[in-house]
Design a protein around this ligand. Structure first.
Ligand SMILES: *Cc1c(COP(=O)(O)O)cnc(C)c1O
Length: 221
Protein backbone atom coordinates (compact mmCIF):
# COMPACT_ATOMS: atom_id res chain seq x y z
CA UNK A 1 0.00 0.00 0.00
CA UNK A 2 1.35 3.45 -0.90
CA UNK A 3 1.60 5.89 1.96
CA UNK A 4 -1.13 8.51 2.01
CA UNK A 5 0.01 12.12 1.80
CA UNK A 6 0.23 14.30 4.89
CA UNK A 7 -1.23 17.73 5.38
CA UNK A 8 0.24 20.75 7.11
CA UNK A 9 -1.65 21.96 10.18
CA UNK A 10 -1.08 25.62 9.39
CA UNK A 11 -2.35 25.10 5.86
CA UNK A 12 -5.53 23.45 7.19
CA UNK A 13 -6.04 26.34 9.64
CA UNK A 14 -5.73 28.83 6.79
CA UNK A 15 -8.12 26.87 4.58
CA UNK A 16 -10.65 26.51 7.41
CA UNK A 17 -10.76 30.27 7.81
CA UNK A 18 -11.55 30.67 4.12
CA UNK A 19 -14.15 27.89 4.30
CA UNK A 20 -15.89 29.53 7.27
CA UNK A 21 -15.96 32.82 5.37
CA UNK A 22 -17.69 31.07 2.43
CA UNK A 23 -20.29 29.54 4.78
CA UNK A 24 -20.85 32.85 6.60
CA UNK A 25 -21.25 34.70 3.31
CA UNK A 26 -24.39 32.70 2.56
CA UNK A 27 -25.77 32.94 6.10
CA UNK A 28 -24.82 29.48 7.33
CA UNK A 29 -22.60 30.50 10.24
CA UNK A 30 -25.01 29.46 13.03
CA UNK A 31 -26.57 26.37 11.54
CA UNK A 32 -24.06 24.55 9.40
CA UNK A 33 -21.54 22.09 10.80
CA UNK A 34 -18.50 20.91 8.91
CA UNK A 35 -17.74 17.23 8.40
CA UNK A 36 -14.07 17.18 7.44
CA UNK A 37 -13.56 14.51 4.79
CA UNK A 38 -10.12 13.03 5.45
CA UNK A 39 -10.12 10.33 2.76
CA UNK A 40 -6.92 10.02 0.80
CA UNK A 41 -4.78 11.62 3.53
CA UNK A 42 -3.04 10.04 6.48
CA UNK A 43 -3.86 10.70 10.14
CA UNK A 44 -2.23 14.14 9.92
CA UNK A 45 -5.52 15.30 8.36
CA UNK A 46 -7.82 14.55 11.31
CA UNK A 47 -5.03 15.62 13.66
CA UNK A 48 -4.68 19.03 12.00
CA UNK A 49 -8.44 19.49 11.86
CA UNK A 50 -8.80 18.55 15.55
CA UNK A 51 -6.21 21.20 16.36
CA UNK A 52 -8.50 23.72 14.61
CA UNK A 53 -11.48 22.61 16.70
CA UNK A 54 -13.19 20.37 14.11
CA UNK A 55 -14.41 17.05 15.52
CA UNK A 56 -16.61 15.49 12.83
CA UNK A 57 -14.73 13.46 10.22
CA UNK A 58 -15.93 11.66 7.13
CA UNK A 59 -14.43 8.65 5.35
CA UNK A 60 -15.55 6.62 2.32
CA UNK A 61 -13.68 3.36 2.80
CA UNK A 62 -14.03 1.00 5.74
CA UNK A 63 -10.40 -0.09 6.08
CA UNK A 64 -9.12 3.44 5.66
CA UNK A 65 -11.44 4.75 8.37
CA UNK A 66 -10.43 2.07 10.85
CA UNK A 67 -6.70 2.44 10.10
CA UNK A 68 -6.86 6.22 10.51
CA UNK A 69 -8.76 5.92 13.77
CA UNK A 70 -6.17 3.46 15.08
CA UNK A 71 -3.33 5.79 14.08
CA UNK A 72 -4.68 8.56 16.31
CA UNK A 73 -3.67 8.90 19.93
CA UNK A 74 -6.32 7.88 22.48
CA UNK A 75 -6.82 11.50 23.57
CA UNK A 76 -7.45 12.46 19.94
CA UNK A 77 -9.66 9.47 19.22
CA UNK A 78 -11.94 10.33 22.15
CA UNK A 79 -12.81 13.67 20.54
CA UNK A 80 -13.50 12.32 17.06
CA UNK A 81 -16.96 11.62 15.67
CA UNK A 82 -16.55 9.40 12.60
CA UNK A 83 -19.10 9.65 9.81
CA UNK A 84 -19.18 6.93 7.17
CA UNK A 85 -20.06 8.61 3.86
CA UNK A 86 -19.05 6.10 1.15
CA UNK A 87 -20.65 3.17 -0.60
CA UNK A 88 -21.32 0.76 2.23
CA UNK A 89 -21.15 -2.99 1.81
CA UNK A 90 -23.14 -5.06 4.24
CA UNK A 91 -20.11 -7.18 5.14
CA UNK A 92 -18.18 -4.06 6.25
CA UNK A 93 -20.72 -3.04 8.89
CA UNK A 94 -19.24 -5.41 11.44
CA UNK A 95 -15.72 -4.01 10.99
CA UNK A 96 -16.99 -0.44 11.35
CA UNK A 97 -19.53 -0.93 14.13
CA UNK A 98 -17.20 -0.10 17.01
CA UNK A 99 -15.78 2.99 15.36
CA UNK A 100 -18.40 4.74 13.21
CA UNK A 101 -20.60 7.22 15.08
CA UNK A 102 -22.91 8.30 12.25
CA UNK A 103 -23.78 6.12 9.25
CA UNK A 104 -24.59 8.73 6.60
CA UNK A 105 -24.73 6.63 3.44
CA UNK A 106 -27.46 4.14 4.27
CA UNK A 107 -29.50 3.42 1.16
CA UNK A 108 -31.18 0.04 1.59
CA UNK A 109 -33.08 -2.13 4.03
CA UNK A 110 -30.35 -4.76 4.41
CA UNK A 111 -27.94 -2.09 5.67
CA UNK A 112 -30.43 -0.82 8.22
CA UNK A 113 -30.96 -4.40 9.41
CA UNK A 114 -27.23 -5.08 9.69
CA UNK A 115 -26.45 -1.77 11.44
CA UNK A 116 -29.28 -2.38 13.93
CA UNK A 117 -27.83 -5.83 14.61
CA UNK A 118 -24.17 -4.77 14.98
CA UNK A 119 -24.68 -1.29 16.47
CA UNK A 120 -28.09 -1.13 18.16
CA UNK A 121 -29.56 2.37 18.35
CA UNK A 122 -26.88 3.83 16.09
CA UNK A 123 -27.27 7.22 14.40
CA UNK A 124 -28.03 6.82 10.71
CA UNK A 125 -28.91 8.99 7.75
CA UNK A 126 -30.57 7.93 4.53
CA UNK A 127 -28.65 8.75 1.36
CA UNK A 128 -30.82 10.04 -1.47
CA UNK A 129 -29.72 9.48 -5.07
CA UNK A 130 -29.78 12.74 -7.05
CA UNK A 131 -27.42 11.82 -9.82
CA UNK A 132 -28.68 8.66 -11.52
CA UNK A 133 -25.09 7.45 -11.19
CA UNK A 134 -25.27 4.11 -9.36
CA UNK A 135 -21.63 4.40 -8.26
CA UNK A 136 -22.57 7.35 -6.08
CA UNK A 137 -25.09 5.35 -4.08
CA UNK A 138 -28.32 6.49 -2.55
CA UNK A 139 -31.94 5.47 -2.79
CA UNK A 140 -34.57 7.00 -5.02
CA UNK A 141 -36.57 9.82 -3.41
CA UNK A 142 -39.76 7.72 -3.42
CA UNK A 143 -38.11 5.08 -1.22
CA UNK A 144 -36.91 7.48 1.47
CA UNK A 145 -40.09 7.28 3.56
CA UNK A 146 -40.01 3.50 3.68
CA UNK A 147 -36.36 3.42 4.76
CA UNK A 148 -36.90 6.08 7.43
CA UNK A 149 -39.85 4.13 8.85
CA UNK A 150 -37.91 0.87 8.76
CA UNK A 151 -34.91 2.41 10.53
CA UNK A 152 -37.16 3.85 13.23
CA UNK A 153 -38.91 0.50 13.68
CA UNK A 154 -35.50 -1.09 14.35
CA UNK A 155 -34.76 1.46 17.07
CA UNK A 156 -32.13 3.29 15.04
CA UNK A 157 -31.67 7.04 15.57
CA UNK A 158 -32.63 8.26 12.08
CA UNK A 159 -31.15 11.76 12.07
CA UNK A 160 -31.56 13.00 8.54
CA UNK A 161 -30.83 12.73 4.86
CA UNK A 162 -27.58 12.87 2.93
CA UNK A 163 -27.03 13.50 -0.77
CA UNK A 164 -24.24 14.11 -3.25
CA UNK A 165 -24.91 16.76 -5.89
CA UNK A 166 -24.59 15.97 -9.58
CA UNK A 167 -21.33 16.49 -11.46
CA UNK A 168 -21.33 19.89 -13.14
CA UNK A 169 -21.75 23.51 -12.14
CA UNK A 170 -22.83 24.09 -8.50
CA UNK A 171 -26.13 25.55 -9.62
CA UNK A 172 -27.06 22.17 -11.10
CA UNK A 173 -27.28 20.82 -7.55
CA UNK A 174 -30.03 23.21 -6.45
CA UNK A 175 -33.19 21.31 -7.49
CA UNK A 176 -31.91 18.08 -5.95
CA UNK A 177 -30.82 19.74 -2.71
CA UNK A 178 -34.21 21.44 -2.50
CA UNK A 179 -35.89 18.07 -2.90
CA UNK A 180 -33.76 16.55 -0.12
CA UNK A 181 -34.66 19.37 2.27
CA UNK A 182 -38.36 18.99 1.45
CA UNK A 183 -38.13 15.25 2.11
CA UNK A 184 -36.35 15.87 5.41
CA UNK A 185 -39.16 18.23 6.42
CA UNK A 186 -41.79 15.72 5.35
CA UNK A 187 -40.30 12.97 7.54
CA UNK A 188 -39.40 15.33 10.42
CA UNK A 189 -35.66 14.76 10.10
CA UNK A 190 -33.36 17.48 11.43
CA UNK A 191 -30.10 16.82 9.57
CA UNK A 192 -29.52 17.60 5.90
CA UNK A 193 -26.03 16.57 4.87
CA UNK A 194 -25.73 18.24 1.48
CA UNK A 195 -22.90 20.22 -0.04
CA UNK A 196 -19.23 19.53 -0.69
CA UNK A 197 -16.27 21.81 -1.54
CA UNK A 198 -17.68 22.82 -4.91
CA UNK A 199 -21.35 23.35 -4.16
CA UNK A 200 -21.54 24.28 -0.48
CA UNK A 201 -23.01 27.76 -1.11
CA UNK A 202 -25.98 26.26 -2.94
CA UNK A 203 -26.41 23.62 -0.23
CA UNK A 204 -26.30 26.15 2.62
CA UNK A 205 -28.76 28.45 0.84
CA UNK A 206 -31.14 25.51 0.38
CA UNK A 207 -31.00 24.44 4.04
CA UNK A 208 -27.95 22.25 4.72
CA UNK A 209 -27.20 21.52 8.36
CA UNK A 210 -23.95 19.69 7.51
CA UNK A 211 -21.50 20.11 4.67
CA UNK A 212 -18.92 17.42 3.89
CA UNK A 213 -15.67 19.08 2.95
CA UNK A 214 -12.48 17.44 1.72
CA UNK A 215 -10.63 19.42 -0.95
CA UNK A 216 -11.37 22.88 0.48
CA UNK A 217 -9.76 21.86 3.80
CA UNK A 218 -6.98 19.48 2.87
CA UNK A 219 -6.21 20.23 -0.77
CA UNK A 220 -6.47 17.94 -3.78
CA UNK A 221 -6.31 14.20 -3.23
C1 LIG B 1 -15.14 12.88 -1.20
C2 LIG B 1 -16.50 13.19 -0.70
C3 LIG B 1 -16.79 14.43 -0.13
C4 LIG B 1 -15.81 15.59 -0.09
O1 LIG B 1 -15.63 16.07 -1.39
P1 LIG B 1 -14.79 17.41 -1.69
O2 LIG B 1 -15.29 17.81 -3.04
O3 LIG B 1 -13.37 17.02 -1.68
O4 LIG B 1 -15.13 18.39 -0.64
C5 LIG B 1 -18.07 14.61 0.39
N1 LIG B 1 -19.00 13.64 0.34
C6 LIG B 1 -18.76 12.44 -0.21
C7 LIG B 1 -19.82 11.41 -0.23
C8 LIG B 1 -17.51 12.18 -0.77
O5 LIG B 1 -17.28 11.00 -1.34
Amino acid sequence: MTASPSVSASEVARRLEALRARIDAVGGDDVVRIVAVTKGFDESAPRAALACGLTMFGENYAQELVAKDEALMPTERDRVEWHFIGRLQRNKVRLLAGTVDVWQSVDRVELLDEIARRAPGAAVMVQVDLSDDPRRGGTSPDRVGGLVAHGRSLGLDVRGLMAVGPVGPPEAARPGFRRVVALADEYRLTERSIGMSGDLEVAVAEGATMVRIGTALFGHR
